[in-house]
Design a binder for this molecule. Structure first.
Ligand code: GLY
Length: 438
């Protein structure tokens, strides 16, 4: 289910396992459409219709890409008709759908890596609290905002007055679906992503990756769903230590344990959005699905049988481990001009797929619509190219070479995965560890 770059990548991984694909998406993603035996072009939130459609086709396993249908209970509905699904049920999806649920879970079960937080549902309580606040903070609507609702002091606002204005906006417009928000102490560090398969008890980690959420080069501009990401051939990240990784993995394992103890066992892909700080990794958020774009860093190098892993996660019988190739990956999203503020949608985008393959890159189609043999931009990310090589430097070059074969009113962050940018991150993390950056 789902029509983005992440889902096209999932489809390709399932095909490598020999699966027949029956796809459901709200847009005709050309990559998924070509791969599918049948394609239901339909709203992924219509869980009744999708369940009936799946049952009529005796689907063996549903793999759910996006978070919103998880929250709408697609996995519970499919279970009613006997279709196992890779993805958490409605109760367990709360780990992503409610930031307060995730924070309370960490607090109640003493999961390490928790950042101090406060929840509010009215402006008066916030004003009383903020009067005596003497540190920088982050404002997060409780519910889903497509990665675009979080505002960070120093990045998106610079005063208590601006914070109050945004808080009032959340309350008035119910941003994220509720008149309620979290305030969290701002953590200083480098962000990273750890994705893991889970069957409710066991955890199999995937290689680490780093996303780039800001729209423009140099990490400037509005937040987006993610402009691109990279992973290294040793499955670590250049700015992290082995100890950072071990701590992050321990947090993931303790979270899965907490979910089970809470009566909401987590089955599917658990995504930990971390920030490496002076005092070790802290959790920024959990997601209940593969990350987009980081899915495209890990699944193309998965050597184990993906369908078996998904089936094992869905049925509580995850294999002991998964093998990933020792390759570096660089993923760059091509987005419509204006993406992040006002996307230029409905514009043609021309892609020479054969030339991209000749240059050795992978292509994953995302939010484009195919009409009369042509592809057109929509409001979200259009397609991604991924370089997969022995080193990050080479992977980045392959991704860049592939981008020459894409034409249209589109935009790319060319800085992702570049050598000097990575060196800057390593330097900055070193300074953070020494307490030189606040
Ligand atoms: N890249 C982070 C996310 O998918 O939410």
């Amino acid at each position: 289910m789902g029509g983005g770059g992440r889902e096209h990548c999932i489809v390709e991984a399932l095909r490598r396992s020999g699966a027949d694909i029956y796809a459901v998406a709200a847009n005709r993603n050309p990559g998924i459409s070509r791969a599918a035996k049948e394609f239901l072009l339909h709203d992924v939130m219509d869980v009744e219709k999708i369940t009936t459609w799946a049952k009529a086709r005796s689907i063996d396993l549903a793999v759910i890409g996006p978070e919103a249908p998880l929250g709408a209970g697609i996995v519970d509905k499919l279970a009613e008709v006997g279709t196992p699904a890779f993805g958490p049920d409605k109760a367990a999806s709360q780990i992503e759908l409610s930031k307060e649920f995730a924070r309370d879970l960490m607090r109640d079960y003493r999961v390490p890596g928790l950042i101090d937080y406060w929840a509010f549902n009215n402006a008066k309580d916030f004003e009383d609290w903020v009067k005596s606040c003497d540190f920088e903070f982050v404002i997060k609507p409780i519910g889903l905002t497509g990665g675009k609702g979080v505002r960070v002091w120093g990045d998106h606002f610079n005063s208590k007055g601006e914070a109050s204005a945004y808080v009032n906006e959340i309350l008035k417009d119910r941003i994220g679906g509720a008149a309620r928000f979290l305030i969290e102490e701002k953590a200083v560090g480098e962000e990273f992503s750890l994705q893991a398969f889970s069957d409710g008890k066991n955890v199999i980690p995937m290689p680490l990756a780093q996303d780039h959420k800001r729209a423009y080069e140099g990490d400037k501009g509005p937040n987006t769903g993610g402009m691109g990401s990279y992973s290294d051939s040793d499955h670590m990240l250049p700015f992290l230590t082995r100890s950072d990784y071990e701590k992050a993995l321990d947090i993931m394992k303790k979270t899965v344990k907490a979910m089970k103890a809470n009566g909401t066992p987590f089955r599917g892909c658990l995504y930990g959005g971390f920030i490496g700080t002076k005092s070790g990794p802290k959790v920024l958020e959990f997601n209940a699905r593969f990350a987009d774009p980081e899915c495209m860093n890990v699944l193309p190098i998965l050597e184990s049988d993906f369908a078996k892993l998904c089936e094992g996660a869905a049925t509580g019988s995850l294999p002991k481990s998964a093998r990933f190739a020792k390759k570096a990956t660089v993923c760059k999203y091509v987005v419509p001009e204006g993406y992040g503020t006002k996307s230029l949608s409905g514009m043609p985008v021309e892609v020479d797929e054969k030339a991209i393959a000749r240059d050795g890159a992978e292509l994953f189609w995302a939010a484009v619509d195919e009409r009369d043999g042509k592809t057109y931009t929509m409001s979200s990310r259009s397609l991604a190219v991924v370089g997969i090589e022995d080193t990050l430097e080479k992977a980045e070059q392959v991704a860049e070479a592939a981008l020459r074969h894409v034409r249209g009113r589109v935009y790319v962050r060319h800085d992702i995965g570049k050598k000097d940018v990575l060196a800057r991150k390593v330097r900055r993390m070193g300074e953070i560890r020494q307490g030189k950056v606040h």
